[in-house]
Structure formats: structure tokens, C-alpha cells
Design a protein around this ligand. Structure first.
Ligand code: FUL
Length: 498
């Protein structure tokens, strides 16, 4: 078939241009005619995607407990106790930035009820303390420190922990307290600019009158949504993100970002910790409530002189068990009585970041040749080509036709490669789809060997494998709930944690 004819007299260069333009037009036509996969099941909001991409945030537990040595204050501590000698939020910000954290979440009010900002809705706040002659405001200082550092990219975000359980509030245990809590929340959320995460603890103990509170979660959540519509709300059951079910920074090996929250409430009314740990396999009636793994760098949440930070190896393990299993890591690094992060803790945070960078900044497969069993729209279609798993663009991915649920992807290295980590990422704006997979490697003698088996991927999955020397790896999706959509594959060598 002759599509068009080229006059013999035309210069060779022009002919080449016409042929290339024709090929490009053909490929573009293919790309445009093949639609991307439709979202599957419950999907994240853009804020939830942004949140998950932060990967690691810093928690700061700070308040009267820092000075009393307690973990749960009684609520009757004198405000005079709160008197940090050298508080400098700029130092917290520097530690967080050097640690590669996306944001800082501060305990604006812990269970003892003491407020780190001068709210008019409590008489147990920094205003009653001697710190800065009662004119201090920790939240404002944190916000100012973050803003001051804006030139240093990436900018940190600020989040707040406000405990509904309050062992100081006189009205705790009565309906009036819910209203006071709403006003307190509203106050904290309206003063300090954008808040990326509102952290709600599910703990519900007794107040000063020995009574427990029937929390109005609908009121609390709607207050956050009204004042900070972009904030992701954390609680045992979301709605923005969920507790991982333990305080060890450990997500389940299977970890769905979807959860059945119907009829559940934070605290005693939440699903079993194992369910929070693993999520629920997606169905249409579930919600996107991704996991957040909160853990302290020290044994306690608050700073205590006699405690020491976790080792680099422990923190690496936590990283793999959380970020590496589709959860966000919220690492608590508590300021001490001076109001500064101790040098032991800051050094460890920086060491962790440097180690992670040394492991993960170069994908050893970046020059690999990719070959897929299937490509959405066929082999000529470039939009969903397997090479996309190796580029740095978050929004490009390898996808297959809707009917293909168990494709394979082979990465052939340009030279023999030694590695012990395989990183996989699904493009979560389209939902979480993969339920089982196998990874094999091609050894130097040309034979294929099993390397790892796993269930879920989600935003990020890092498989810890034996150290192997390979010519290629093959990823077989064994089970998917809808056609897989993979936007990153990487192999790395961790020399620190074998
Ligand atoms: C728990 C609280 O009771 C702890 O004190 C701490 O704040 C931790 C992050 O959440 O539920």
C-alpha cells in the first residue's frame, strides 16, 4: 500500500525529516487513542497522594512531660514547670530538613491538657508559664522557623497533634467539653497557616472529675475540614490516614491503603490492630485510608535524660518496615528540657538520611533494558511503555490492557549487578491493585532463580533480598485486582543492613 509518494528530486535530509515526522505522528496517534486505565476501587485524594509522597515526617512530643519525666501527665502539673531554657524551633527545622523529613507534627496539646500556644479556651497554657514571661507561643515559633527556612528546598510542612483526651479540662466528661474542644481546635487550626496533618489520638481516659468523654468525632473532623480543607486527618480510622496498629513503626507485609471504616471510631471502637496493620483488600465500599507508622527514636515519646536513641540499624529496619511496606513513617524526635533536639538524636537522624541517600539515590537498574509481556495499547504505544518504570517522572508508568492481570516485566542490566533491595511502586492515583508478585533473578550462569515473593505493593514496596549478582530480574505479577500500573522499579545495594 502506498500512503504517500516522495518526489525523487527531494533532498535526502528532507526525506528523513518527513519519515521521522510520520513515525512520530503515528506514535502520537497511538498514544492518544489508548486511554489510561480507569481508577480502581477507592482512590486517594490529591492531598493524600501528596502526603504519602512525603514518606517520612518528624513528630515532636514536647510539653510538661518533658520536665516531669512522665509519659502521660496527670493534668495537674503546675504551669511553672514549663520553662525551656533555650527553645529554638529553627534547630528543630534544621534537623528535620537534614533528616529529609517532609513535615513536623508538634504535640500542641497532649493528654495533660497543657497547650503550647496561648489559647483563650484553656487556663493551662504557655501563657500561665514563666517561659518568655508568659508571652511565648511554641506553635508560632515553629511556623516562623519553617517560613524563615523557605529558601531551603524542599519546604517543610507543619502539622499538629491535639489530644481530645484532656486530664485538665474541668468540663471533660460532659457534652460541653466537645464544644470547648471544637473551639480549641478551631483556634489552633486558624492561627498558623497551612496545616498538612491533624493528628488525633484515640486515647480516651478519665478527666479531672473521673469521667470519660463521649467524643463527637463528626464535629471534630468537620471542624478540621472547614478550617484546613487540605489537611489529612490522622486517627485510628482516618479519614485521611490511619494508625498502623502498633508503636514500633511496623506495617504489615501485606498493607492495603484501603480500610473498612463503616461503624468504627478511633480508640476503643477501632478495628483490631491487625486490621489496621494490614488494611482491607479494596472493595467499592471501603475508603482510601493509608497507613502511618508512628514510632519514637527513643523508648519514650517525651525526652527523658536516661534514654538513648535507637541505633542506625534499628532505624533502617523501621524504615523498611514502614516506608518499605506502603506506610508513611512518622519518626518522633523529642526536644529536651532546653527546648532543643539533643545532639545524639540529631546526629542519628542525619546519619539515617545520609545512609538512605547512599542506598537509594542511584537506581542500579537505571540503564537496564526493559521488556514486558504486555504493554497497554500494544508494543507501538509509548505512553505506557515499560521504560517508564525507570524514569524520574512520578506520573509516567507501565500499564497493560484491562484484561491482563498477571503480566511480567524483565529488566536486563547493562552489566552484572550486585543488589539486595528491590523497590516497586504502584501509581496510586489510580488505586492499589497488586495482590501478589514474584521476583526472580538471572544469575551469571544464565539461569533464573527465585528471589522474593510478596503480596501488596502500594505507593512503595521495598523487598529485602539476599545479596545477589545478576544479569537481569523478572517481576511477575501473580495476582492483581485490576490491570497493574507500575511507575517505578529500582534495585539497590544496602551495605548497612544485610
Ligand atoms: C499515644 C499516646 O497515648 C502517646 O502518649 C503518644 O502521644 C502516642 C503518639 O500516641 O496514643
Amino acid at each position: 500500500m502506498q500512503i504517500f509518494s516522495i518526489p525523487r528530486t527531494m533532498p535526502k535530509k528532507t526525506v528523513r525529516c518527513i519519515i521521522l515526522a510520520t513515525i512520530a505522528a503515528f506514535l502520537a496517534a497511538c498514544s492518544h487513542s489508548v486511554p489510561p486505565p480507569l481508577p480502581y476501587g477507592p482512590c486517594p485524594t490529591p492531598q493524600q497522594v501528596e502526603w504519602q509522597r512525603m514518606e517520612m515526617n518528624m513528630f515532636c512530643h514536647f510539653g510538661p512531660n518533658t520536665f516531669t519525666g512522665l509519659e502521660w501527665g496527670n493534668g495537674n502539673e503546675s504551669e511553672a514547670l514549663f520553662n525551656p531554657t533555650a527553645l529554638d524551633c529553627r534547630q528543630w527545622v534544621t534537623v528535620a530538613q537534614q533528616g529529609g523529613m517532609g513535615g513536623i507534627i508538634i504535640t500542641a496539646k497532649h493528654h495533660d491538657g497543657f497547650c503550647l500556644w496561648p489559647t483563650p479556651y484553656s487556663s493551662h497554657t504557655v501563657s500561665q508559664s514563666p517561659w518568655r514571661d508568659g508571652r511565648g507561643d511554641v506553635l508560632k515559633e515553629l511556623r516562623d522557623a519553617i517560613d524563615e527556612n523557605k529558601s531551603q528546598l524542599p519546604t517543610l510542612k507543619m502539622g499538629i497533634y491535639i489530644s481530645p483526651w484532656d486530664r485538665n479540662a474541668p468540663t471533660y466528661g460532659t457534652p460541653e467539653y466537645n464544644e470547648t474542644f471544637r473551639l480549641t481546635l478551631e483556634d489552633a487550626l486558624s492561627r498558623y497557616g497551612d496545616i498538612f496533618e491533624q493528628w488525633f489520638d484515640g486515647a480516651n481516659g478519665e478527666g479531672p472529675n473521673g469521667r470519660k468523654q463521649d467524643y463527637d468525632w463528626t464535629l471534630f473532623n468537620s471542624t478540621v475540614a472547614r478550617i484546613q480543607p487540605r489537611a489529612v486527618i490522622f486517627s485510628d480510622v482516618g479519614p485521611g490516614c490511619r494508625w498502623i496498629g502498633n508503636e514500633e513503626g511496623r506495617a504489615g507485609e501485606t498493607c492495603w491503603s484501603t480500610l473498612d471504616i463503616e461503624g468504627f471510631t478511633p480508640g476503643a471502637g477501632s478495628p483490631h490492630p491487625d486490621t489496621l496493620n494490614q488494611g482491607n483488600r479494596p472493595t467499592a465500599t471501603l475508603y482510601w485510608v493509608p497507613a502511618e507508622a508512628d514510632v519514637s527514636i527513643r523508648p519514650g515519646w517525651f525526652y527523658h535524660d536516661n534514654e538513648t536513641p535507637k541505633t542506625l540499624q534499628q532505624l533502617l529496619e523501621i524504615y523498611y518496615n514502614s516506608v518499605g511496606r506502603n506506610a508513611l513513617l512518622l519518626l518522633n524526635v523529642p526536644p529536651d528540657r532546653r527546648g532543643l533536639i539533643s545532639s545524639a538524636d540529631s546526629a542519628r537522624v542525619v546519619e539515617l538520611r545520609q545512609t538512605l541517600d547512599s542506598i537509594f539515590s542511584t537506581n542500579l537498574a537505571c540503564h537496564a533494558r526493559t521488556e514486558a509481556s504486555h504493554i497497554r495499547g500494544g508494543r507501538r504505544c509509548r505512553t505506557f511503555r515499560p521504560e517508564n518504570v525507570l524514569d524520574d517522572d512520578y506520573h509516567t508508568y507501565w500499564a497493560v490492557d484491562d484484561s491482563v492481570l498477571s503480566p511480567t516485566l524483565t529488566l536486563t542490566f547493562d552489566e552484572q549487578t550486585v543488589f539486595n533491595r528491590v523497590m516497586l511502586q504502584e501509581y496510586i492515583p489510580l488505586g492499589q491493585r497488586v495482590a501478589a508478585l514474584t521476583v526472580e533473578y538471572l544469575s551469571t550462569d544464565g539461569t533464573w532463580h527465585p528471589l522474593a515473593k510478596a503480596t501488596t505493593i502500594g505507593y512503595k514496596r521495598i523487598l529485602l533480598t539476599p545479596t545477589v549478582t545478576a544479569k537481569a530480574i523478572r517481576i511477575s505479577i501473580d495476582e492483581a485486582l485490576a490491570c497493574p500500573v507500575i511507575n517505578h522499579v529500582g534495585v539497590y545495594l544496602d551495605k548497612w543492613l544485610r
